[in-house]
Ligand binder design. Structure first.
Ligand SMILES: [Zn+2]
Length: 271
């Protein structure tokens, strides 16, 4: 058998049984050969995480996390939570959970496990698609992004609907954003693409055309209207075009077009 025929083919190195709320699962461990991929050559894109749209891409498209539970499943979850609350109240103070209460907890865990699987499935499909389509993916440094968003949504410009939705789904959304970032790291590398995380302060207040920063350019949550050059459009689109521009300038300055080798050098530590 010609060993070259197996170039790039992953092989199975192990398997284990895992018990989760919704039953037993087999987890396979695959080892992928260390093949240097050709550089991707696809177009650059900026990806921003938000509450109203889960992911906004700089090409003007969106990738939204679907509703994870059907109306029937959602009302069942609500019923189970109420049942658990009743069963908790019924037991004497400091008594251990009754068998009935534990059974209710198990049923709640089952619904939650289903939610988690659907969310993970979405994150995998979205990141596989993005890394195949685009050669350079620029995302906002999430630690900075989270602060920007809370300022944007609550302090500067309170917008009740956004806050409500954020409150309902914050856990799910945070996890989804986290998975998207983590998957993109290895999925872009695997196909010869590059992922760049940029700190992006003022992305929501800076005009992506003339680069003037002015908080007055945001008349409301959804709109950007530049007070300097007059560009107007969707506020999320303006923000994500800023993120994309930051990533492009980072690539140009630091590694001058060598896809596959994007590593941010610490300042003053030249090779
Ligand atoms: Zn402008």
């Amino acid at each position: 058998m010609d060993p070259a025929a197996f170039r790039g083919v992953p092989w199975l190195t192990g398997a284990r049984l895992v018990r989760e709320a919704n039953g037993w699962h087999v987890v396979f461990r695959l080892e992928t050969p260390d093949v240097q991929p050709e550089s991707h050559g696809g177009p650059p894109v900026g990806v921003d995480c938000g509450v109203t749209r889960t992911l906004a891409l700089s090409d003007g498209t969106f990738r939204d996390l679907p509703v994870l539970l059907s109306p029937g499943e959602a009302s069942r979850l609500l019923r189970l939570k109420r049942k658990a609350a009743r069963q908790r109240r019924a037991r004497p103070r400091d008594a251990p959970a009754s068998n009935r209460l534990r059974r209710t907890y198990d049923q709640i865990a089952l619904v939650r496990a289903r939610t988690k699987r659907r969310r993970d499935d979405w994150a995998h499909k979205v990141t596989t698609g993005t890394s195949r389509e685009f050669g350079l993916v620029v995302i906002e440094d999430l630690r900075v992004g989270a602060m920007t968003r809370s300022t944007r949504g609550t302090v500067e410009n309170p917008w009740r609907k956004v806050r409500q939705k954020a409150g309902l789904n914050r856990g799910i959304l945070n996890a989804a954003w986290g998975h998207v970032g983590a998957h993109l790291v290895y999925k872009t590398a695997r196909v010869g693409g590059v992922l760049v995380r940029v700190p992006a302060p003022y992305t929501s207040q800076r005009c992506h055309v003339c680069e003037v920063v002015d908080r007055v350019s945001r008349p409301d949550q959804a709109t950007f209207l530049c007070t300097s050059c007059g560009w107007s459009g969707n506020a999320d689109t303006n923000a994500i075009l800023n993120i994309r521009a930051a990533g492009l300038s980072f690539m140009g300055v630091e590694i001058s077009g060598l896809p596959g080798t994007a590593k941010r050098q610490p300042p003053g530590k030249a090779a």
